[in-house]
Design a protein around this ligand. Structure first.
Ligand code: PLP
Length: 354
């Protein structure tokens, strides 16, 4: 399929690196294609980033048939543009698609489309270490129809935005709050898919956490409210003695690509790592006996996010000494050096763009 390109008349300006936040500085162009049952995915195009016209009856507004991905393009010191495990994101998009009755995309084709878009927008990729271009592919149901069934038409988009360094002042530990009353996802549900409704469902608990001064919610399993699942939009790791422990993927946890990368590196380094159930009781015991060395989250936005405090009912656990732990730092350094091209890509995770 040929990708038609319509360029903007006047290119926008990228904010200064130090003024960049997250999710606001959209680039000039976006990639779009349409789906219908008779034509399949068709009419791929790159066009100016602009509002979209949809019927108020479009199914996505009413029934939430929507999936998305999140990944980044990085600029190396030599000003080369590269992606980190991008195919894995499109594989996951297709898994989410199957889970939500959305038609899958051709991964080779969308990888090519993304690269073409990135070439056009390469001036939007900031250069300061820690900054990047955030890539948001997503698919929405567009049939103008009020009735519950899967849509017959969809739109696929890739939008881009320049994003600032997550840790402008160095890696800072975050405080997280365990919700006892809310659940994010249940086994057999859609928690393992990146679908819009999961985030809508998490907002209420997130607000409660924020009111108490906590940055994110640590979710427990829905059935027993005992086992740790994940935090906000990150997976979670515990360092107990010298072992790295992360919840196993039970169907209600999002299979993070950063999570897989941490596990792969740990195995490569000979660090004991186990994917298993971990209960809050075990975390409390490990903390009480001094065996809980570190806790950190993993996700594309922050890469590694050290956790300095966990609030669980009337218990407040302080982890570490207020600074990020050595294990979290080691993973952060290793992953970001591969992403920014300052270390050799020994794992074959990098996809060059230009
Ligand atoms: C996207 C996401 C993650 C992290 O996945 P990465 O691929 O590492 O960015 C973790 N949990 C949730 C709920 C997410 O949406």
């Amino acid at each position: 399929m040929e990708i038609a390109v319509t360029r903007v008349g006047q290119a926008g300006t990228r904010p200064k690196d130090e003024d960049l936040g997250f999710g606001t500085a959209f680039t000039d162009h976006m990639f779009v294609m349409d789906y219908s049952t008779d034509k399949g995915w068709h009419d791929p195009r790159i066009e100016p980033f602009a509002p979209v016209t949809l019927s108020p009856a479009a199914m996505v507004f009413h029934y939430g048939q929507a999936i998305f991905e999140g990944l980044k393009a990085y600029k190396t010191p030599e000003k080369k543009v590269q992606l980190f495990r991008a195919r894995d994101n499109f594989d996951r998009l297709n898994r989410s698609a199957r889970g939500l009755c959305i038609p899958e995309v051709d991964i080779d084709f969308v990888m090519d489309a993304l690269k073409q878009l990135l070439k056009l927008e390469k001036d939007w990729i900031p250069e300061t270490l820690g900054t990047s271009l955030y890539i948001r592919p997503f698919i929405i149901a567009t049939d103008p129809f009020l009735g519950v069934r899967s849509s017959f038409t969809f739109k696929f988009f890739i939008i881009l935005c320049s994003v600032g360094a997550y840790y402008a002042g160095g890696l800072a530990p975050v405080k997280i709050w365990v919700s006892k009353d809310h659940v994010r996802a249940v086994p057999g549900g859609v928690g393992e898919f990146k679908t819009a409704g999961n985030y809508a469902a998490s907002l209420n608990a997130g607000e409660i956490a924020k009111k108490q001064g906590y940055a994110q919610v640590l979710w427990l399993d829905a059935l027993e409210r005992k086992y740790v699942e994940e935090v906000g939009a990150m997976n979670i790791f515990f360092v107990i003695d010298d072992e790295l422990v992360t919840p196993n993927l039970t169907g209600s946890i999002l299979p993070g690509i950063t999570r897989f990368s941490v596990i792969d590196l740990a195995k490569k380094w000979g660090m004991p790592v186990s994917e298993r159930k971990i209960s809050m009781d075990e975390v409390l015991d490990a903390h009480a006996s001094g065996r809980l060395k570190e806790v950190f989250g993993s996700g594309t936005a922050a890469v590694i996010s050290p956790v300095g405090e966990i609030c669980y009912g009337d218990r407040v656990l302080h982890i570490g000494d207020g600074n990020p732990g050595p294990v979290a730092m080691k993973f952060y350094q290793a992953l970001t050096s591969i992403q920014y091209g300052t270390a050799k890509d020994t794992e074959n995770w990098i996809e060059p763009v230009v």
